[in-house]
Design a protein around this ligand. Structure first.
Ligand code: ZN
Ligand code: ZN
Length: 126
């Protein structure tokens, strides 16, 4: 699987049986829909797969690393993410993960996600 931004090969990062595909070049990462489900986040507010797509001017469309379709944009808190229109997964740019973690940080329901992402990517809570 290749990075939708720089097209280099993604590396699989595994933690607690959940796998993420990480780009060592641009440090973005890909979250499969199935892997997201394994995190067990119940609150739809923190589920990027439950969001409606938005139109963002001037943002170049990136392609889903699984099916090659141009991804749509979703807005989660202040963060704009790329999501496959067939819901294969969501792409987080390097800085976007930190924003997402900060956003989801406020609720107990997301603690598992935040903890997981924090452990994998060594993200500090705000
Ligand atoms: Zn990359
Ligand atoms: Zn796809």
């Amino acid at each position: 699987m290749n990075c939708p931004v720089c097209e280099k090969s993604l590396i699989v990062v595994e933690r607690n049986k959940i796998e993420l595909d990480w780009c060592p070049t641009c440090r973005g990462f890909w979250f499969d829909a199935d892997e997201w489900r394994l995190l067990g986040v119940k609150d739809e507010k923190y589920n990027p797969f439950a969001y409606e797509a938005v139109r963002i001017k001037g943002e170049k469309g990136r392609k889903c690393p699984i099916c090659g379709k141009v991804m749509e944009k979703i807005k989660v808190g202040d963060t704009i993410l790329d999501r496959c229109p067939s819901l294969h997964g969501v792409w987080f740019d390097k800085g976007e993960l930190g924003s997402f973690v900060n956003f989801s940080n406020s609720k107990e329901t997301s603690t598992k996600t935040v903890k997981f992402l924090g452990e994998v990517f060594n993200i500090k809570k705000a």
